[in-house]
Unconditional design. Structure first.
Length: 1095
């Protein structure tokens, strides 16, 4: 044995121990096995090196040194130990004989065989049939700019050579439907074959476009125009055009038979909307591959972006860009410019329409007051927020404290002032303890430029702090201080009428948050239109479906319907059913010259509106959905919750008579000062990476290189992390990163890799129904309203604590909430509890509909059977056992695990190098945590760069549940494909006579158990891992095996035993709701119950 080599290796081990940020170190060289053995034997005896492990390298060259997380010495309850001993006695050994490596892989259900039914050569020409259009439809279509543009187009869409056409046009141009009419008519006139696939993002867009085009062609759906979605469709062998979603096209690429379909295509149309190529990189990469392999296909990209140089043109060769001009207004008889449109900004709306009490007070007092800022301070004290929600409070307190303790103005100029430029409504924020504002601190420190900037933003020097001190009282030397003088004369800037009007916006935003839709003000504007102007189409632009339904509910109960004038509502959001599209969206705006048609639209679906080219009135909230979520509700760091200037200008153009904009006149001007935020690269989602791997046909080069080229513009480091996660959860296997059967199932479920895996485990563990509710709720989003103040947070938390039943689980809250709501729904009293529950409008119906869709998907895959031989009862035998539900979540969400550090009162991961805190609205909090293990669904960070901020963890974990140590030992990390035979365990060689076993789980978490307990844990992990692998190969056959039932029951007994000792109560879940059909989400949302209430 080489002593020098031993000494060097010992030094490396010591270096790993003392280096906090180094968890894994690879030594890539041949090392004497005796040296490694001696060092391994000495590590357990040294208390300082006990957590250091030496394991063989995965590359078979050298070793890997790991610093593990010391977790437990295995103190279980007596009942749990008894159940583990029973496992060693009762479980048969037959599990290890049932692995079928040659089992057939899962095939995606999407197929296009309907286009291969007709075999005759004459029939394969596929010339579209002639069409006789309705005169009314023709007159309406002739007003669309896309209609006359395509009719006068000199460049033909060639059918003999492959070309790429990029068609730019606004949402009102009609390009989405007119391109289909144009191509069909062209093929019919020239007697050419025409087979097209039209790809859209949302299912509701597909359905709306198909219904509209078929209605305009006077044809039934399924004749010339068909559609194919993941679950349902209406297609036939004579279809010339088939609409599908992006997801359907990607699923189709999984099948080799789709290549035959592609050879029959003449056109592939992709509707990009206003998305950037970076947002649809996987789809565009697949489209590019289709064009390379099929020279006869013409690609048509439709874009609503108004970039001068198209961002799509650089992706393809032989590109021809076509730009459809703006639609001409149809009303020209008013003297105002342009074309008689009158524009009302927020200051005008507040002055003439708004009836909010604070606005009425300031309008009455402004003409007679000598100091408008004093009046503003009094109104803010009376109507404003005294305490903001905890996340806003934490961020603002941190920024205020930095300004107070700094010796220079850098904390103001570098962080706080740019932040307040985006959040001017927070300029008067006062520290939660000291009640100091930014203006008070800047005045006390004599920062003249900072004081000037704050006053320009709207800071009020008359805001009162502790001991009734105002900002001027903090200025030393009194009236001789320049800062004092600026504050003293600040009210002079608001003496003229225009500046006084701007105070209306200031007080409104400080009382009503500018990043939250004010449904009351939206309703007042619509009422104003219906009472004072001629009938016409009223377009109300809202960010999300919850806002749409909330405004609809408010308007439905308002005085609008009580007027003699007729008012009709059109509700447009992503949850509409096909029947609602036909009955409400497409037919409601025809022949309605005497109607006020109020069209409530969620922001992404503007082009669904049929009458978009003849909108009389527009109400624009100026808000958009914040896709990454709000870290702190009420503030916006990156302006992503605001609509783009392009969309705002489009809505201003659409209005033919009046345009009401719920933002100030300078809203579109922007600002040169932006908050300093951490760069947020285009992060790869594990699900997208898995889809890219499933679509891979050639295996030259590494998987990382392939995915990086496919998901272009995506952060390569995040792709590498996603590949590691997919390997860890068993979705891909070495050495080529090929998707396993589990990976194929996860792609087809399309609910995220972790949620999908948890759903599959719930099928195996026979607790499907509660897991469906959890998955549906997490897919739709948080059902609770995000409160702006602490009082709202306390009310929500009080209600959540009444639901979690001492399980301290956010998932139990969701289950109990859905259970109670479904009972109210079936009794037709579901609107009664909504205000007290603080639920978003319509979100529970969306969760219910998502459940129905998930069940339909499981039926499509043959997992759930209906009718004779149905198996729903068998799949829910353990649905009342919450420990089994949590076990499925633990297996699915791993490695998203956090460990409690009770000394620092925070959650950690990776040996303390990563710190977490739970979201303030989570029922999982450190001071009440019953166990030290927490699994979570997602995490969020405010991304604001604050130098020297090491006070607290910035990353918050959401959708959490605590799990027992036994649950972690049995369920987490058991199904990695290359570790099935060991249960993903690494055992340390012990000294002779030692009765305990030290082992690693997933080469990260270190445990020490008595030999008997370890044997039971190891047996369960190995058998359960193999069983789940068999389950992904053949779901139903594995479910029917007696060994499966024996193992599932054994795991259930162990988990129930430990849960009853760790958690205060044994909770029985009764969450099988009775709602099994889709609920209306459009104009008929809650229609029955509304009528019932009115009676």
């Amino acid at each position: 044995m080489d002593l020098d080599e031993l000494k060097v290796l010992r030094a490396i081990v010591e270096y790993v121990r003392i280096s906090e940020n180094i968890l894994v170190l690879n030594v890539v060289r041949e090392i004497n096995p005796d040296v490694v053995k001696v060092l391994q034997q000495g590590l357990p005896r040294d208390r300082m090196l006990r957590t250091i492990w030496i394991v063989p390298s995965e590359n078979d060259i050298g070793i890997t040194i790991i610093r593990a997380e010391s977790c437990s010495d295995g103190q279980f309850s007596v009942k749990t130990e008894g159940q583990l001993r029973n496992v060693l006695v009762c479980l048969p050994n037959v599990f290890f004989c049932n692995v079928r490596p040659n089992a057939r892989r899962v095939v995606a259900p999407v197929n296009w065989n309907f286009w291969s039914i007709v075999k005759n050569t004459a029939d394969e020409i596929h010339i579209p049939p002639a069409c006789v259009y309705d005169a009314v439809d023709l007159r309406r279509r002739e007003k669309l700019s896309a209609n006359w543009y395509f009719r006068n187009l000199m460049v033909r869409f060639s059918v003999t050579e492959a070309k790429v056409f990029i068609v730019h046009g606004n949402a009102d141009s009609g390009k989405r439907t007119e391109i289909v009419h144009y191509l069909l008519e062209l093929a019919q006139q020239e007697q050419h074959s025409c087979r097209m696939i039209y790809v859209m993002e949302e299912e509701v867009e597909v359905l709306a476009s198909v219904v509209r085009i078929c209605e305009e062609r006077n044809e039934p759906i399924g004749k010339t125009i068909g559609y194919k979605l993941n679950i349902n469709g209406q297609v036939g062998e004579m279809n010339n055009v088939v609409f599908c979603t992006t997801q359907t096209l990607i699923f189709s690429m999984f099948s080799k038979r789709f290549k035959t379909t592609l050879r029959k295509l003449t056109h592939l149309i992709v509707d990009c909307g206003d998305r950037h190529p970076n947002e649809m990189n996987l789809l565009l990469s697949l489209v590019k591959k289709i064009l390379q392999n099929n020279d006869s296909i013409n690609l048509v990209l439709l874009s609503s972006r108004d970039d001068e140089s198209s961002s799509f043109s650089g992706l393809f060769a032989n590109v021809l860009e076509l730009r459809i001009p703006y639609s001409e207004p149809y009303i020209r008889n008013l003297p105002n410019k342009p074309f008689g449109v009158e524009y009302y900004y927020l200051e005008d709306i507040l002055e003439k329409i708004c009836t909010h009490q604070v606005i009425q007070c300031i309008k009455q007092a402004l003409p007679t007051t000598d100091n408008a800022l004093k009046l503003m301070a009094e109104l803010q004290l009376k109507y404003g927020h005294y305490s903001y929600n905890r996340n806003v409070t934490v961020i603002m307190d941190m920024l205020i404290e930095r300004c107070w303790f700094a010796d220079d103005a850098e904390p103001f100029t570098a962080v706080l002032l740019p932040f307040l430029e985006y959040n001017k409504h927070m300029v008067d924020y006062q520290h939660s303890n000291t009640r100091l504002s930014a203006l008070m601190i800047a005045g006390a420190k004599g920062f003249i430029d900072v004081v000037k900037s704050l006053l320009i933003m709207g800071a009020n020097p008359y805001i009162v702090g502790r001991k009734s001190l105002q900002a001027m009282d903090w200025c030393c030397a009194g009236s001789e201080n320049v800062c004092w003088q600026m504050m003293q004369t600040a009210h002079h800037a608001y003496n003229n009428p225009a500046s006084k009007k701007s105070l209306l916006c200031q007080i409104y935003h400080k009382v009503c948050n500018p990043f939250i839709v004010d449904p009351g003000l939206v309703g007042e504007i619509v009422e104003h239109i219906c009472k004072n102007y001629l009938p016409g189409n009223v377009l109300v632009m809202l960010p999300d479906f919850c806002d749409v339904l909330e405004c609809y509910d408010l308007l439905r109960a308002s005085d609008v319907r009580k007027e003699k004038k007729r008012v009709h509502f059109v509700v447009c959001n992503q949850w509409l059913t096909e029947e609602e599209l036909k009955d409400n969206i497409l037919s409601s705006t025809r022949d309605c010259s005497e109607l006020y048609v109020v069209i409530l639209v969620a922001e992404p679906l503007l082009e669904l509106v049929l009458s978009l080219s003849c909108i009389d009135y527009v109400v624009d909230t100026g808000l958009a959905v914040h896709r990454s979520g709000d870290y702190a509700k009420g503030i916006c760091i990156d302006r992503s919750c605001l609509a783009t200037a392009q969309r705002s200008r489009l809505l201003m153009w659409l209005a033919q008579r009046k345009c009401f904009m719920l933002y100030a006149k300078n809203h579109l001007n922007g600002t040169n000062s932006k908050p300093r935020t951490r760069a947020a690269p285009n992060m790869a989602q594990s699900g997208e990476v898995l889809k890219a791997l499933v679509c891979r046909t050639k295996h030259s080069g590494t998987a990382l290189e392939y995915v990086c080229s496919t998901l272009f513009s995506t952060c390569s480091k995040s792709i590498e992390g996603s590949l590691q996660t997919l390997m860890l959860i068993g979705a891909i296997e070495k050495p080529l990163s090929l998707p396993t059967n589990l990976g194929l199932l996860l792609v087809q479920l399309d609910v995220g890799v972790h949620l999908g895996k948890a759903l599959l485990y719930s099928i195996l563990f026979r607790c499907l129904d509660p897991m469906l509710t959890i998955v549906a709720a997490l897919k739709v989003g948080d059902p609770f309203i995000e409160p702006l103040d602490m009082d709202g947070e306390m009310e929500i938390m009080h209600f959540k604590h009444s639901l979690h039943s001492r399980t301290y689980s956010d998932y139990m809250v969701l289950l109990r909430l859905y259970q109670q709501w479904s009972q109210y729904k079936t009794k037709q009293t579901d609107q009664k509890p909504l205000p007290s529950y603080h639920l978003k409008t319509g979100v529970m119906e969306a969760i219910s509909n998502t459940r129905v869709e998930l069940m339909s998907l499981l039926r499509l895959h043959g997992i759930v059977k209906c009718g004779y031989g149905h198996n729903t009862e068998q799949l829910n035998l353990n649905a009342d056992s919450f420990p089994m539900v949590k076990g499925c979540l633990a297996a699915g969400f791993f490695p998203q695990v956090a460990l409690a550090d009770y000394n620092k009162m925070q959650l950690v991961a990776s040996c303390g190098t990563v710190r977490f805190k739970t979201h303030p609205l989570s029922v999982v909090q450190m001071d009440t945590l019953p166990t030290k293990w927490v699994i979570y669904n997602r995490k969020q960070d405010h991304m604001l760069i604050v130098p020297e901020n090491t006070k607290d963890a910035e990353v918050q974990i959401m959708d959490n549940t605590p799990i027992s140590e036994v649950m972690f030992l049995l369920m987490c990390g058991i199904d990695r494909k290359d570790k099935l035979d060991t249960g993903n365990l690494q055992v340390r060689e012990q000294a002779n006579g030692k009765e305990t076993v030290q082992f690693l789980i997933d080469q990260k978490y270190m445990f020490e158990l008595p030999q008997e307990m370890f044997d039971a844990v190891s047996l369960i992990r190995r058998t359960l891992g193999h069983l789940f692998r068999d389950f992904t190969l053949n779901l139903l056959q594995t479910m029917e095996r007696k060994e499966t039932e024996a193992l599932v029951n054994a795991v259930k007994e162990v988990l129930n035993a430990e849960e009853s000792s760790v958690f205060p109560t044994t909770t029985i879940v009764d969450t099988r709701p009775r709602i099994k059909s889709l609920l209306p989400m459009g104009a008929f949302w809650n229609y029955t119950f509304d009528v019932h209430a009115r009676k």
